[in-house]
Design a protein around this ligand. Structure first.
Ligand code: SAH
Length: 242
């Protein structure tokens, strides 16, 4: 197992102190890969203060403009949420999420994504996730501080990392975020070419449903190239229609 492959991604964090708190939470559990998506203020003295001895993680933090870039090379992306969402989305316990991150981390980078302090992750950010994890809480107050949530998950990853591997958990390597992004663009273009979509504006709701379907299936690169071959054949068939 390989906990160090797990990347902690913080999306648009408002309070620099929380970034430091997450760095400290990670370092105590032996994790080092911190990625930040458009942080409000970073670097910042408050981040370094809260990081205590973990400022090496802050120095090594990778900044991105968008979540898509932060998870482009990841084969498994798990989002965190304080909410009991109504959408049909696989919801994992922290222990289940940690086990999947550790198992699939052997095939390459994997990520766990944390939302904004005020309002979590947007729908289109959740679309990039294969599953969500919720830390069980009191039903009357479910929202942990960002760094506290990161601590719970970092701890679970540490426990999972020490456990024996379950051979039934081994999965073929799924395609990464970049490859999935290209597939979704190709799929959307094909839907236009086939006249399945006729509107001028992008079919956001339809694409969200299709993304959920394919994110559940976790296709490998080989399976994706078969699917893209089918899309290309469909496009060619409409092009050559008399
Ligand atoms: N009101 C926001 C709460 C954001 S708390 C919302 O409805 O989502 C900031 C972040 O901390 C969340 O986006 C999530 O990443 C993490 N977090 C807080 N409580 C959590 C919980 N119970 N389970 C998992 N993550 C949690």
């Amino acid at each position: 197992m390989n906990a160090s492959a797990t990347r902690f991604v913080l999306v648009e964090t408002s309070h620099p102190g929380n970034i430091g708190g997450v760095a400290r939470a990670m370092k105590t559990m032996g994790l080092a890969r911190l990625h930040l998506v458009a942080p409000k203020s970073f670097p910042h003295p408050e981040a370094s203060q809260r990081a205590a001895g973990a400022d090496d993680l802050l120095r090594g933090a990778v900044c991105h403009d968008r979540l898509t870039d932060a998870v482009a090379d990841c084969r498994l992306v798990i989002g965190t949420t304080a909410r009991q969402r109504t959408i049909e989305w696989p919801l994992l316990t922290p222990a289940e999420a940690a086990r999947r991150l550790c198992t699939e981390g052997r095939n390459g980078p994997v990520a766990i994504v944390f939302g904004r302090e005020r309002n979590g992750l947007t729908n289109s950010e959740v679309d990039l996730c294969h599953a969500m994890v919720r830390i069980p809480t009191d039903s009357g107050y479910s929202s942990l501080n960002l760094a506290s949530a990161a601590q719970v998950l970092a701890y679970e990853i540490r426990l999972a990392d020490g456990r024996e591997e379950d051979p039934r958990q081994t999965v073929p390597a799924a395609a990464n975020g970049d490859a999935m992004g290209l597939f979704y663009r190709h799929l959307q273009q094909t839907l236009y070419d086939l006249d399945f979509v006729k509107t001028q504006h992008p079919p956001v709701k339809l694409m969200r449903k299709l993304m959920r379907l394919f994110n559940r299936a976790r296709p490998s690169e080989e399976e994706l190239s078969i699917l893209r071959g089918i899309l290309a054949a469909a496009q060619a068939a409409v092009r050559h229609k008399p």
